[in-house]
Write a new protein. Structure first.
Length: 373
């Protein structure tokens, strides 16, 4: 067992793997886990695997913030590499702005959807749009301020969000409505008002205005984690300890804050930022320790294939007709199963869907084709 830490280099081998693990659940992994749970008699587990209706946290609620967190982790490495090549901070900022614009555009195409040209009903907010905007804001803070100052800014942003949400109700809030409810939350009201009601849900948009500012802190937390790993001094195992302490601290703060501010993904509440940030940190730590520090990396190749083209598979599932391809290639595995084997049929269907997506990504990997923004 050897220490193989690559954190002083320009890229962490674990980042593609942990990003691939996260995206696996977007490309059919969620359905597969739920189907397996039903097959083996754990339907209650399957029911608590997806998204919560409002307050609380289920596993799938961690996928989005983890992706944004990991985008933050990469930035300190990217900045160091760019500066070593002679790039100015202005050039780095312009590149970050370009990335933000592309992600917003991709989000409009994917979630809008922009390409239908139905501008009257265009949904402005999107998953990729939030990632682009929040990451860009965090990147600008990274370029402008030192770590201590950014920690203070992150604290001020979360504190400000708690105070604003608690004391500024939606103008049309019903009597007695909670400021943390869809009816009473000012951000939800703003989404309904500014977009003419074109929100993902009738009363709110989970990627809407309410969560932009705290989402910036999610990206900042990723950058803090990236800085902990990138620094050249400490032993790799010390970096693991620092990440563990960082994640544990976030979890403690998040649970404490949840007493006054519920954990809520739709609002991207400050307690959600901290609890989801803790999960993301500890997940990143696990992959970093095993792959970069201990050097055990071969097992992660299937995840690496996903992680190296995560934006591509997010955008391409409908384009490549993954469902139709699954039916064409693999329906023999479930076509003749009796109705009594419905759970087993769903397992085979989800395995086929994941296989189609992964084979598409493997094709791109072999062709060295990667969608970069």
């Amino acid at each position: 067992m050897t220490s193989n830490d690559s954190s002083s280099g320009s890229r962490l081998a674990s980042l593609d793997a942990v990003r691939g693990f996260d995206m696996f659940f977007i490309m059919g992994g969620e359905g597969l886990i739920v189907a397996l749970a039903a097959l083996f008699g754990f339907r209650d587990f399957g029911a608590t695997f997806g998204h919560v209706p409002w307050d609380g946290l289920h596993f799938m609620d961690t996928v989005f913030p983890t992706f944004l967190f990991l985008a933050g982790v990469t930035f300190p490495f990217s900045v160091t590499k760019s500066r070593a090549r002679g790039a100015t901070d202005l050039q780095i900022a312009l590149k970050a702005l370009r990335r933000c614009a592309l992600l917003v555009l991709f989000g409009l195409i994917h979630d809008g959807p922009l390409l239908r040209f139905d501008f009257a009903n265009l949904r402005v907010w999107s998953v990729l749009g939030r990632i682009g905007i929040a990451w860009f804001c965090a990147a600008m803070l990274y370029l402008r301020f030192r770590t201590g100052m950014r920690a203070g800014i992150a604290f001020a942003l979360l504190a400000g969000c708690v105070l604003f949400t608690r004391f500024v109700l939606a103008p049309d809030a019903p009597a007695g409505a909670s400021p943390f409810s869809p009816e009473g939350n000012f951000g939800c009201w703003l989404d309904r008002t500014l977009t003419g009601g074109h929100t993902y849900k009738p009363l709110f948009d989970p990627e809407g205005f309410a969560g932009i500012v705290p989402a910036v802190v999610t990206a900042m937390l990723g950058m803090f984690a990236g800085e902990l790993v990138r620094r050249a001094g400490p032993d790799p195992r010390r970096k693991c300890l620092d990440l563990a302490l960082f994640g544990s601290g976030l979890l403690s703060l998040g649970l404490a804050l949840s007493l006054a501010c519920p954990v809520n993904k739709a609002l991207w509440s400050p307690s959600f930022v901290l609890v989801a940030g803790a999960y993301s940190t500890l997940l990143f730590l696990a992959f970093y320790a095993v792959i970069d520090v201990l050097g055990f990396s071969k097992w992660a190749f299937p995840l690496k294939v996903i992680g190296m083209n995560s934006i591509a598979i997010y955008m391409a599932q409908s384009v490549i007709g993954a469902g139709q391809a699954n039916d064409f290639l693999f329906s023999w595995a479930w076509r003749h199963l009796p109705d009594a084997c419905g759970d087993l049929k769903r397992v085979f269907m989800n395995i086929g869907y994941v296989a189609v997506c992964w084979l598409f990504l493997f094709f791109l990997y072999r062709k060295k084709t990667f969608l970069k923004v």
